[in-house]
Design a protein around this ligand. Structure first.
Ligand code: DQA
Length: 142
């Protein structure tokens, strides 16, 4: 299995960005833990972060021809605004798992709706960085 992990805007600041909400782990910590988990399960995993909507669309489009079987995505703020990311995911045939570190439903009303959720096969939220590892576990066991 080939898994792509996509991180949206401002997630490069994890560890120092609002740690009371997003925790103290850095994006590198998260990606390293996922890589270890993937290795142990003989899975190919790559991670990508961008602050730019078009770059996120490009990497999702690329996944269609790169033999990616599943995408784990935290679209971050673009969850709440991006029809373009939703459409790119709709053009991808594999599994999609949406991850949020925080529970978006207990936060400001503008965070309650995610465009991506209508395409997600599963959603993990509110469990911090562990959510990414749970998403990968779900892909491994299913
Ligand atoms: C987030 C929640 C979003 O509302 C926010 O814009 C983020 C991170 C999360 O992981 O909890 O950047 O996706």
């Amino acid at each position: 299995m080939n898994v792509l992990v996509v991180h949206g805007p401002n997630l490069n600041l994890l560890g120092t960005r609002e740690p009371d909400i997003y925790g103290h782990e850095t994006l590198d910590d998260i990606n390293t833990a996922l890589a270890t988990q993937a290795d142990a399960a003989n899975i190919t995993l790559s991670s990508f972060q961008s602050n730019h909507e078009g770059a996120l669309v490009d990497v999702i489009q690329q996944a269609r021809t790169d033999g990616v079987d599943a995408i784990i995505i935290n679209p971050a703020a673009y969850s709440h605004t991006s029809v373009a990311i939703l459409d790119a995911l709709k053009a991808f045939d594999g599994k999609v798992i949406e991850v949020h570190l925080s529970n978006i439903h207990t936060r400001e009303p503008f965070r309650h709706h995610s465009y991506v959720s209508s395409r997600a096969d599963g959603i993990v939220m509110g469990l911090g960085s562990q959510g990414y590892r749970l998403a990968l576990s779900a892909l491994i066991t299913n």
